[in-house]
Design a protein. Structure first.
Length: 91
């Protein structure tokens, strides 16, 4: 029976892919959505990027039926736990 050996390059590249996926999923930035501050409805992104737009960025939380909840319009009030960090988010 012949044993098959993996090349070290294959193992290293596979490990780098896992590391990259882990770091990407543990971003320090909270989710950001463009939202109407009065109705809490999600708006197109141009409503927040344009100075004449009616939206404001809403950080974190979740959305259901095109409305947001559980987050904040204040980015610094929403923390996202990442790799090696501790604490909890709030809104």
């Amino acid at each position: 029976m012949v044993r098959r050996r993996l090349r070290s390059g294959t193992v290293v590249l596979g490990g780098m892919g896992v590391l990259a996926a882990t770091l990407t999923s543990c971003s320090s930035e909270p989710d950001r959505r463009c939202v109407d501050p009065v109705t809490q409805e999600i708006l197109p992104s141009y409503e927040c990027s344009d100075s004449n737009g009616s939206g404001s960025y809403y950080y974190g939380g979740s959305n259901s039926h095109n409305k947001v909840s559980g987050g904040s319009f204040n980015k610094s009030a929403v923390e996202r736990d990442g790799f090696g960090s501790s604490g909890s988010g709030g809104g």
